[in-house]
Write a protein that binds this ligand. Structure first.
Ligand code: ZN
Ligand code: ZN
Length: 124
């Protein structure tokens, strides 16, 4: 196959029809850059099940959830302490989240974390 000379080594796709500006040798420019990025700043894998987490190597620990100090990064599934099935009456149980919590937390993930924290506090 003559086309096999024009194969991106990262994604394995044929690059013979790709504009030269978007290639590095016969590899996609985008794939090459991604590869470089992954080498400098790789995606952290869950230390238990090995799936990619939402974080990269250089993500500060303060910005992460499910990070176990001294051990490493967990995925949301392995990091979740709440393994029990959802109780049938839980849709009737309410707890309070202040407007201030919502308004003062522009980051949705952070807000989600705060809401969950409030939930656990309401269970004490
Ligand atoms: Zn590619
Ligand atoms: Zn995991």
């Amino acid at each position: 196959m003559e086309n096999s000379l024009f194969t991106c080594q990262y994604c394995g796709k044929d690059t013979s029809a790709v504009d030269y500006d978007y290639l590095v040798g016969v590899d996609h420019l985008s794939c090459t850059l991604e590869q470089e990025q992954n080498q400098i700043n790789p995606i952290e894998k869950c230390i238990i099940c090995g799936v990619d987490t939402a974080y990269r190597f250089r993500t500060p620990i303060d910005f992460r959830y499910n990070y176990v100090e001294g051990a490493g990064q967990l995925c949301p599934k392995c990091g979740s302490k709440d393994e029990e099935p959802i109780a049938l009456d839980s849709h009737r149980n309410l707890f309070t989240v202040s407007e201030y919590t919502v308004l003062s937390t522009p980051n949705d993930q952070e807000l989600g974390n705060k809401v969950r924290q409030l939930y656990w506090e309401s269970k004490k």
